[in-house]
Design a protein around this ligand. Structure first.
Ligand code: SF4
Length: 171
């Protein structure tokens, strides 16, 4: 039987039950997957990115000691979840990156007026500074009535922006 490279890749990708080589590849695929998560703890969770709330399974390894943080080794859609039945959109499929990506911010940062860089600050300092500037800006820009004298009670001096790791609703 003549098999082109394209045929081989196509069949392999589809996980064909019987390979072009004449033997069944399915057990090998199953074993590969099994090895990856064999000793992992399975935790069911919910994708945090949007209100669709797809179910995910987070696989972690660790010795379960209280002072050891388990390491995430794999995240996938939960096939038993009634909302997504194991599927995830591209954003949800990249969920593991929210944990592993070396560009993930672990601390609040601030860029001071005139500065050309961001600096790390503590959570306490961030909350204190945010509270200070929100109160000051609100007091300075609060509008009780519009030009026609109608009561509006609005703050026109503060705007918010969100990012891709915030939920759609938060943004
Ligand atoms: S996987 Fe996609 S659709 Fe599902 S909750 Fe996450 S972001 Fe929303």
């Amino acid at each position: 039987m003549n098999t082109t490279r394209r045929d081989f890749l196509k069949l392999s990708t589809l996980g064909a039950a019987t390979s072009v080589l004449g033997f069944d590849l399915a057990p090998a695929y199953a074993q590969l997957r099994q090895l990856k998560i064999a000793r992992a703890t399975e935790t069911r969770s919910t994708c945090p990115y949007c209100s669709v709330s797809c179910g995910v399974i987070v696989y972690t390894i660790g010795d379960r000691a209280k002072n050891v943080t388990p390491q995430v080794i794999h995240v996938e859609g939960d096939p038993d979840h009634p909302i997504n039945r194991g599927t995830l959109c591209p954003k949800g499929a990249s969920l593991q990156q929210e944990i592993f990506n070396d560009r993930r911010l672990m601390k609040p940062q601030v860029r001071r007026p005139g500065a050309d860089h961001w600096e790390d600050i503590s959570w306490d300092q961030a909350i204190d500074e945010i509270a200070h500037w929100v109160k000051k800006t609100r007091d300075e820009t609060f509008v009780e009535r519009d030009a026609q004298g109608r009561v509006v009670n609005r703050c026109e001096g503060i705007a918010w922006t969100g990012g891709c790791t915030d939920t759609n609703e938060f943004n």
